[in-house]
Design a protein around this ligand. Structure first.
Ligand code: HEC
Length: 155
């Protein structure tokens, strides 16, 4: 009995964390359409400016982008960096902001088999998603722009 209620509390906490990350992301702004060309998205999502400091914090936040779970990054205060994805050190020297934007928004356009989630795919294309997550992107347009602003600084 006791074990069971502890477990359901844990689930509740996990659920609350995920639901609040999604609610934060989608409450900010309605989905903005984007266009890709030449493997890049030239215009900032919803015309927003990004903030590199917020982008760095979000990359490391396991309730946010959680980029560190898969990518080594120059964020030394966090001990664990996953290695499933390529290292993002120097990404700003290899790619333009527009190229980085598409990779965060929808890496599947470059590699349909990738395991990297499309953080700002058109929610209308999603399938097999639990009811309450319908119509939402994983990150808000502002969060994507903050990440782009941070990653271009990694030279
Ligand atoms: C589940 C693991 C996973 C997560 C989480 C993840 N990525 Fe990725 N990412 C990958 C993989 C794997 C690739 C390699 C591309 C492929 O699969 O074709 C990649 C590729 C990229 C690239 C292109 C790198 C290159 O050299 O071509 C960028 C930029 C990138 N990710 C940024 C991010 C950011 C920013 C986040 C957090 C918002 C993030 N990723 C979260 C797995 C992940």
């Amino acid at each position: 009995m006791r074990g069971r209620s502890v477990r359901s509390l844990l689930w509740l906490g996990l659920y609350a964390a995920c639901a609040s990350a999604l609610a934060d992301a989608s409450a900010q702004q309605a989905y903005c359409e984007w266009q890709s060309a030449d493997f890049a998205i030239a215009s900032p999502l919803c015309g927003l400016d990004g903030d590199p400091a917020r982008g760095r914090a979000l990359a490391a936040d396991s309730h946010g982008g959680n980029c560190l779970a898969c990518h080594p990054m120059p964020i030394d205060e966090e001990p664990f960096h996953g290695t499933i994805g390529p290292p993002l050190q120097g990404i700003g020297a290899r790619y333009s902001a527009a190229q980085i934007r598409l990779r965060i928004v929808d890496e599947k356009q470059l590699n349909p088999m990738t395991i990297m989630p499309g953080f700002y795919r058109d929610p209308a294309l999603a399938n097999r998603i639990a009811g309450e997550f319908w119509g939402k992107t994983f990150l808000s347009a502002q969060q994507v722009e903050d990440l782009v602003a941070y990653l271009v600084t990694l030279k």
